[in-house]
Ligand binder design. Structure first.
Ligand code: THU
Length: 134
């Protein structure tokens, strides 16, 4: 699973977005050390504030399947002309899974023409996480 494949998986996930209110379809794809990929897309609600972001859905799927680490890379796609970065809440949610496995994943912020890659630790410096509680 190359970065190109991971980006393609995120784009495919965005096609399944349920975003009738914002019409802002987001896709996320998580790559794990064992080569597996888990995708997510944003899921909105008639009660607008209850929207679930793509990255959070992907992390929830992965953790519900039993994954507790090994997060190596995350691709995020949005519909705009520029790459989007994960929202603040998603950074925290991603950090939980990353810190559990002791990784600092690459976050591939994918636009139509460009990919900006940043470390999760750069997006969320001095993160509070499971290691903070022990
Ligand atoms: N959204 C995501 O899925 N991920 C982010 O990191 C930013 C925002 C979604 C939430 C909402 O459904 C739509 O994008 C517009 O904010």
């Amino acid at each position: 699973m190359t970065d190109t494949d991971l980006i393609a998986a995120a784009r495919t996930a965005a096609e399944r977005s349920y975003s009738p209110y914002s019409k802002f379809a987001v896709g996320a794809a998580l790559r794990f050390a064992d080569g597996s990929v888990v995708t997510g897309t944003n899921i909105e609600n008639a009660s607008y504030g209850l929207a679930l972001c793509a990255e959070t859905v992907a992390v929830a799927k992965a953790m519900a399947d039993g994954r507790r680490g090994g997060l190596e890379a995350v691709a995020v796609t949005g519909p705009g002309a520029e790459p989007i970065t994960p929202c603040g809440r998603c950074r925290q949610v991603l950090n939980e899974l990353a810190q559990l496995g002791g990784t600092d994943p690459d976050i591939l912020c994918v636009g139509p023409d460009a990919v900006r890659t940043v470390k999760l630790s750069a997006l969320l410096p001095d993160a509070f996480g499971p290691a903070s509680l022990v």
